[in-house]
Design a protein around this ligand. Structure first.
Ligand SMILES: [Zn+2]
Length: 52
C-alpha cells in the first residue's frame, strides 16, 4: 500500500498554505481540513500542488 497522498494546499478561507492529506472516500466530497482555520476545503476549491 502506498502512503497517503499529500498535497500542498492553499486554503480559500484563510489564504494560508498547508500540506494535507486528501480526506473523504466519495470522489465528489474529497478535500482537506485546514489546520489554520479548521474549515473544510473541498478539493475543487483548493489550489493544490501534488506533493511527494
Ligand atoms: Zn484555512
Amino acid at each position: 500500500m502506498p502512503a497517503a497522498q499529500k498535497y500542498d494546499v492553499v486554503c480559500p478561507h484563510c489564504k494560508k498554505s498547508f500540506r494535507g492529506e486528501l480526506i473523504g472516500s466519495d470522489e465528489s466530497r474529497q478535500g482537506f481540513k485546514c489546520p489554520h482555520c479548521r474549515l473544510f476545503v473541498p478539493l475543487e476549491r483548493a489550489e493544490v500542488e501534488k506533493g511527494a
